[in-house]
Design a protein around this ligand. Sequence first.
Ligand SMILES: Cc1cc2nc3c(=O)[nH]c(=O)nc-3n(C[C@H](O)[C@H](O)[C@H](O)COP(=O)(O)OP(=O)(O)OC[C@H]3O[C@@H](n4cnc5c(N)ncnc54)[C@H](O)[C@@H]3O)c2cc1C
Length: 608
Amino acid sequence: MQTIEADFVIVGAGSAGCVLANRLSASGAHRVVLIEAGRDQPPDREEPAILDSYPRIAYFDPKNVWAELKVYLAPRNPPAGIPPAALKRYEQARLMGGGSSLNDMQANRGLPCDYDDWASSGAAGWGWDDVLPYFRKLERDMDFAGPLHGTDGPIPIRRIMPDAWPEFSRAAAQAMRHAGFAGLQDQNADFRDGYFPVAISNAYDRRVSASTAYLDNTARRRPNLHILTNTVALNLLTEGRKVVGVAAREQTGPLQVRARETLLCAGALHSPAFLLRSGIGPGAELQALGIPTVADRPGVGKNLQEHPALSVSAFVLSSARLGERLRRHTHLGLRYSSSLAPETGSGDLYMVALSKTGWHPVGKQLGSLVTWVNKPYSRGQLSLRSPAPEAEPEVEFSMLTDERDAVRLREAVRMAARLFEQPPLQAVTSDPFPTSYSERVRDLGIISRKNAVMTTILATCLDGPSWLRRMLLKHVVTEGPSLQRMLANEDLLEGFLRTAVHGLWHPAGSCKMGDPADAQAVVTASGRVIGVEGVRVADASIMPWIPRANTNIPTLMVAEKLSDAILAEQPQAASAASAASLSGGQGQEGGAPSPPATKDTSRLVVTS
Ligand SMILES: Cc1cc2nc3c(=O)[nH]c(=O)nc-3n(C[C@H](O)[C@H](O)[C@H](O)COP(=O)(O)OP(=O)(O)OC[C@H]3O[C@@H](n4cnc5c(N)ncnc54)[C@H](O)[C@@H]3O)c2cc1C
């Protein structure tokens, strides 16, 4: 079997893994191996669908995701009167760049209080003042400067401004103004309630993923960075309570990477599953599966969080549609407060307007207000079905189990419906109806001849007489009761909430960072797994609370901050690394010489 020896082995080249691979290899002092199960997206050869500013072609394409992964969004065994959740697809990226190569590119930091909550829940050193330097370090804001912004980080952040928006997005903004909300400029620096142009990680109308930004040609030419794609990490290699690397499977056969430290960046569903398979988790659960316990950590796979979401969509008059001028479909966001309870705080509800809901002709006719609970309290969990490395975990998000989430999502749906009643939106839309990311919507999201033919016929009819459109929207497009009936009947609204609630692909929290004295904490404030040596988790799993934000930028921040923490702990490189680390940029920090033009892995010890 081939064995590679390194200082660090990183499992997963997603949002977090790409950051760590860059930062840890930058000085040249450490040998870094990055393992990714999916295929590469090398610089200048990224696929057009991945670069596309319209992301939904990429994210419903089965070849880009863990295709066997299915989850329960709501509880499987709810109290009487609530229907049990069904297993549904839940897209998680399986390619270089991970979620950042597929996602909707919304670049949102959340609110300062999110990170102050992290610190007060036991993640010492993760308050707003501690994390702000890393939000600045990762970004190059192309629209705004000032003390809250970075100017030379790897990730470009910009907004499409209202004068470029289609009429639907402009009307939605006016509807928000009519409803009493303030217009804001910069969601990442002005934390009041209001609507704003959505910040996106995108430049010149192309996606900039963590792979594009952090694993450019300069980084890839480093002789001390070895990237293995199409390679699945199977489990940790342990010697007693010490982790000494990972076992993996390349296309050509088995492989071991032995390293001083193993860094798990497999995402909030696969990182905890990886720990569980390796004997780190709730002892009784491991025993039941016949997995020898290395460390009994009851919190592994618990504390799982997501933003529960629903939408109201409507037929958009042809003059107000996105058309072909812009690829990007999300321009406008709204953050607002429910004032439900003191602890829900400000900005606990969120909404974005989509001026197109699918690649196909029907998607181009429908606009949508997608709304979610930005500060949820429900907690889910995941466990192993089987110790086999290829078996996906059993995931139950348990959305809406906390009544505060259900109450606010109900209000959010009512708010979306009210916005469609405002004159500006009424002027450009008709026939609003409740919607969700159902399995049918996912099936239609896959590009195929059959879907193109079906939706072309339906779209032609929808553009026909209003009686025909109404009839088709009611009987063919809407999956459930009409909006009017639902809003007039609490039971119908409740039924819609419980059966149609969906997530936003923001899993977080399943390896909670906290005080080692907290039995539910899985990692320390420097990402070290409590109870074992030599392994850290460094991705969205460690967030103690999901922030009031889409989770990509917060995950990049986590990885930037942990890179610094890891480098500061390396004796020989500590001073050079910390001097260079907050200077921004992604090149050869510390004035290291330019890398050679061709890849040379001679400094990584490879034996067969
Ligand atoms: C469809 C979609 C839309 C989204 N929209 C947005 C948005 O608009 N804005 C936003 O901020 N966030 C969004 N998100 C969420 C955001 O992208 C994630 O929070 C973020 O990417 C999480 O980063 P991560 O590093 O924790 O995990 P990931 O980026 O998921 O990376 C994990 C990586 O590990 C690899 N991996 C897993 N197991 C193994 C193994 N055993 N061996 C080898 N490799 C393995 C995976 O293939 C993957 O590449 C979206 C996500 C998705 C999927």
